[in-house]
Design a protein around this ligand. Structure first.
Ligand code: ZN
Length: 370
């Protein structure tokens, strides 16, 4: 019997080879680490995991699943040992260094804005590097931006007719290990003094166009779809520029009366200029609309990312196409009086999260810091 057993046993003295991929990023929760273990003769006998402290893990020949929640936060070095099935039990050891982080980021919020028809910026200062920022106000969650490793930003527009109440805002941030922090706050919506007055006399054709509510609603729906597009991250890096040279006429937020008896808030900024005057992109972005629309005439909408878009309306001509990437200052078209317009002018709109806001504040502020 003894002779038979020795005959079945290998006296190989070469240990297995073992490869453990490095775990560079901070990790949280349960993590799976793939292993590559090979032993030509006589084969792998066993894989073991050991560490400075007790470690909860499931160890297989091809992977180790570790529960990091039982380890302290910070760097830990574990040891993976592969043993062959020879008489000598030849073994190899490889370090497995993991940076454990099971603690969500601690954050401090700073809100800027909150006035009707203005942009609300919520800035997040965290005690560790962030990977993602999200925010929710008025029910819709949108993606923010990590501005610096530990600073995040979330933007939304406040409607010109928003109720003057505290607006609940929920900010969620994710750290590099995937831990989630959720913070609830409220931002008081404040009144802003906008000018009133101004009677706009409509031509018969304009009056008929306004009566055709289907065309108007279709135009609005198409515009909202353009504003809602996701072009990836934000493409601006500072204040926007005025897209044309001319004389400011009707400001944003003005409450105007029309000769058909209707009253309407002006959701853009009007700049009067001669037909053909160059109209430029206020900032870098992607063209998401370039077409003739009811009411607005020839329209270009540029999406700048992160829910921010600018619209250029009543153009005499359009010189870009949907899908074009534009830089700040690129020509989009020329001033005109197409659509419902009383003379050559640019109606410049700026929309944040689908809500028109005053473009004026963006001429001096790109919301790059708290
Ligand atoms: Zn206008």
């Amino acid at each position: 019997m003894l002779i038979m057993w020795i005959a079945a046993c290998s006296f190989d003295q070469v240990p297995p080879t073992l490869t453990v991929p490095p775990q560079n990023a901070p990790r949280a929760g349960e993590i799976a680490v793939p292993l590559l273990v090979e032993d030509a003769d006589p084969g792998v006998g066993q894989v073991l995991l050991s560490g400075p402290a007790a470690v909860a893990a499931t160890v297989d020949m091809d992977r180790i699943v570790i529960d990091t929640t039982l380890l302290p936060d910070g760097p830990t070095t574990l040891t993976v040992t592969a043993v062959d099935s020879s008489w000598y039990r030849n073994s190899v050891e490889v370090d497995l260094a993991i940076d454990v982080d099971n603690t969500p980021a601690e954050v401090v919020l700073t809100a800027r804005g909150g006035g009707r028809g203005r942009t609300l910026g919520v800035f997040v200062q965290a005690n560790e590097t962030l990977s993602e920022v999200f925010g929710r106000g008025l029910g819709v969650e949108t993606t923010g931006r990590v501005l610096q490793p530990t600073v995040g930003r979330w933007l939304t527009g406040v409607d010109l007719e928003a109720e003057l109440v505290p607006m609940p805002v929920v900010i969620r941030v994710v750290d590099l290990a995937g831990n989630l922090t959720e913070v609830h706050t409220t931002v008081q919506v404040t009144d802003v003094d906008y000018p009133t007055g101004g009677l706009i006399n409509l031509t018969d054709a304009q009056r008929r166009a306004r009566e055709d509510d289907t065309a108007r609603q279709q135009a609005m729906a198409d515009r909202q779809a353009a504003y809602a597009q996701d072009i990836g991250g934000a493409r601006w890096s500072g204040p926007f520029e005025m897209p044309t040279r001319g004389r400011r006429t009707s400001p944003f937020g003005k409450f105007r009366s029309y000769s058909d008896g209707k009253k309407q808030l002006h959701t853009g900024l009007d700049v009067a200029a001669a037909t053909g005057t160059r109209v430029e992109a206020a900032e870098a972005g992607e063209v998401v609309m370039a077409e003739l629309q009811a009411i607005y005439g020839n329209v270009v909408i540029v999406h700048h990312g992160e829910g921010v878009s600018t619209s250029y309306n009543h153009l005499s001509e359009i010189s870009v196409s949907v899908g074009d990437a534009v830089e700040k200052g690129d020509r989009l078209g020329a001033v005109g009086s197409t659509g419902q317009s009383t003379g050559p002018h640019l109606h410049w709109g700026l929309v944040v999260s689908g809500i028109p806001v005053n473009p004026d504040e963006w001429l001096t502020d790109g919301f790059m810091e708290p």
